[in-house]
Design a protein. Structure first.
Lengths: 126, 126, 126, 126, 126, 126
């Protein structure tokens, strides 16, 4: 199986159909950016089992919170975190942890993104 | 036990005597900054067991790589990671993972910091 | 009085009831993040009188403009700045000053946030 | 001709009437910030012919994508890029290129800003 | 007096002969960058008396700490801060304040830069 | 030819033997990071001819200056820029241009990195 196929399969596995759809929208406007993101991000990175999905999710969330992501990527990855089995308390603690490393403004800004994602997630999983 | 004491104990537990010494040097020049870092960073954050030390280390390393830390904090926390039992391969994979989220320059810059830390660590633990 | 109480009192003093309400909303979803922000941010930092409130506000605004805050924290702290007695001209000059240190895009982005805050502030204080 | 006039002329040349209008709005609320942006940004920088407009646009877009600009400046400069004759494919490739240097989240976030700008541009130029 | 002259005079006033020398070294290799920094940074910004020098120094230090400046600019501006009459305690408190807004790693990294500057300053002013 | 081979060939073409050696050092300590950087960075990105090498160099330099790269990557890419035929004046103007977008501290910090690279380059090409 080629790396691009490995990547798409991995996205479906960790982000579900909704995740595939999001990446397909990137692909519609920029086929090459999607190809690189899928091959490099999911074929090379997420498919390597040196770290497991929960661990990778912690790393991703911390990176996004630390760079001040305004929602596009954080929304996508908070959902992956919940699907991967991280609890609300664990995700809140990732944000708490980051407050010491990047300060309160980025922590609080990402909290309000998570609040929205979590509320939707709860509604969908009632 | 007061939070400040909890914090100092936690630093000793995870960063060893060398870690305590580093924080004492901060304290010598800026008692208040050290006090806040110990209370907030180690008393509040690392002492909470919602996440374990390995998980916290992944979050910390990702935050530092993502903000382009030039060595002061990365050196300190790469050592904590090795002490916490993360293998060389796992730490390299944290850096690999971050390359997709913050690009290759920050990944490669932190690689060379880790290379130095790892080489010292190996010498000390022969 | 415990540090957490000192912190809440300080928020009320500098940010008014509206500021307390904003922090209570953080607390509703993440009690620990609010606790750390109140204790560390307001109990430790704003309650120290080595620098006065106007000086602290200049430091805070500069930090937020420099890290590209998208509004959550800048809105909160522009209000505090106006309440602290900084004039419109002084706050505009903070933004002007920052343009040389972080470039025009972040200066102009924060200008449009301040424009909204100032317009609301004027309406409330007619 | 004074530098401020050179600057305003340059904005009109590269960003059109719409660009002048945007800068006039900055000027209405903060005359000094507009003055500095026009003199320094357009009188000093864009008016220098060591680099041509297409080259300057590549530099500007890369800087904005790399600092995680959330739209105010990127929208303005994507329009300038299209007016300068950069094709959709070339602009997409700027974003692709940046993905390796700042990671996929900032690349994808700027892609969605460009998508909006491009769609408007196409409608206006039918 | 032209803006460039106003700027050079202002540098001499606030940064002394050593400050002028530093900017002349920039000028030797890049006359235009020096010209823009002097005109925009010192002619436009520092020469405006809406904010006084102590206030501007607080804003500058906060911006540099927040963007993770590794020493070139922080060294220059810590010296200006001391010359402007800010005490060691006040400057340490700027760093303390920033720890809540950008996290401990950047605060501690800038502390060690300040430690060096302060030690030199003390030796020169015995 | 596989993408990894395309990538290594591209590095040799644009960065010469010295560039290959630098990437081989990354490979010695972290084979996977080197593989991803070569495939993604050079196989996918630099090998695409939608933009030419001079254009890509402008984009890269702007990204590195904007993210405050402290030298590892800027040194590598200033050399590529000179090899690609960008003149000293053009590279200085990239830095000048960036000063308006990210402020003077990052511009001046990257100037001193370029000064060193340029001085070595001149010595080697006498």
């Amino acid at each position: 199986m080629e790396k691009i196929q490995v990547g798409w399969k991995k996205i479906e596995e960790i982000a579900g159909e909704q995740g595939v759809k999001t990446m397909k929208e990137v692909q519609d406007f920029s086929p090459k950016l999607a190809k690189m993101a899928v091959e490099h991000g999911y074929g090379d990175i997420y498919s390597d089992d040196t770290l497991d999905l929960k661990q990778r999710t912690l790393i991703t969330l911390s990176s996004l919170i630390s760079q001040g992501d305004q929602g596009t990527a954080l929304t996508f990855h908070f959902k992956i975190a919940l699907r991967a089995g991280l609890t609300k308390e664990e995700i809140l603690e990732v944000i708490n942890h980051c407050s010491g490393y990047v300060g309160f403004p980025k922590a609080i800004a990402s909290l309000s993104i998570f609040k929205k994602v979590y509320s939707e997630y709860e509604n969908e999983n009632k």
